[in-house]
Write a protein that binds this ligand. Structure first.
Ligand SMILES: Nc1ncnc2c1ncn2[C@@H]1O[C@H](COP(=O)(O)OP(=O)(O)OP(=O)(O)O)[C@@H](O)[C@H]1O
Ligand SMILES: [Mg+2]
Length: 181
């Protein structure tokens, strides 16, 4: 996978770089997303009104305790699941359908340290070239490597923090691989 991403990075680098400088518009906007799972006679209110706007070319992490609604939100913004109610625009298109492709919403979830630092470093390269990257993490040091941290609790956004000086994963990667920059 890492090789595939690397070749994609080199082939797209110029285009993405220009793209990033030219375009800073909204790539995704949600208005009051709610999701209720019916569990027998009980309703689980997984999302209780999420308003989220992401600009093109941003790297955003969604954090929060287990059960706070991260996967539910990512599935909806990734068009893998329906919200109970919402307005959702992706690239200015009103989203109503679903895709069959399913992606892992915690890309670093079960990886060892070396691999997760390498994948994170690749995500940072993609981000630097203009790609919009939303992901979930439970690790504060991973979140600090992104540009924006959105924290959920009980299906609501409780914190939306923009990071001025995001950490680079590269030094850790170089240290891990025992090579010099
Ligand atoms: N398919 C489902 N049916 C019923 N309830 C669900 C379903 N999926 C999630 N839930 C409930 O919705 C709430 C949010 O779950 P979600 O999986 O989005 O949380 P999460 O933040 O991703 O948690 P984790 O960190 O453990 O992955 C939880 O109360 C969960 O039990
Ligand atoms: Mg989850």
């Amino acid at each position: 996978m890492i090789q595939i991403i690397r070749s994609r990075i080199s082939s797209d680098a110029g285009v993405q770089g220009v793209f990033r400088n030219m375009e800073r518009e909204t790539v995704m906007r949600t208005k009051w997303i709610t999701k209720v799972y019916a569990m027998g006679k009980t309703d689980v209110r997984a999302l209780r009104g999420i308003d989220l706007t992401v600009e093109r070319g941003k790297m955003i992490t969604i954090v929060g305790a287990s059960g706070s609604g991260k996967s539910t939100l990512m599935n909806i913004i990734g068009c893998l699941d329906y919200p109970t109610s919402s307005t959702y625009f992706l690239d200015a298109v009103h989203v109503e359908g679903l895709s069959r492709n399913r992606l892992d919403d915690e890309p670093l979830g079960n990886l060892d340290t070396k691999t997760s630092v390498e994948v994170l470093s690749l995500f940072q390269e993609l981000y630097d070239q203009g790609m919009t990257i939303p992901m979930i993490t439970h690790e504060a040091d991973v979140a600090d490597c992104t540009e924006r941290i959105t924290e959920l609790r009980d299906g609501k956004i409780i914190l939306d923090k923009h990071i001025k000086n995001r950490r680079s994963a590269k030094p850790e990667l170089y240290a891990e691989l025992q090579i010099s920059a």
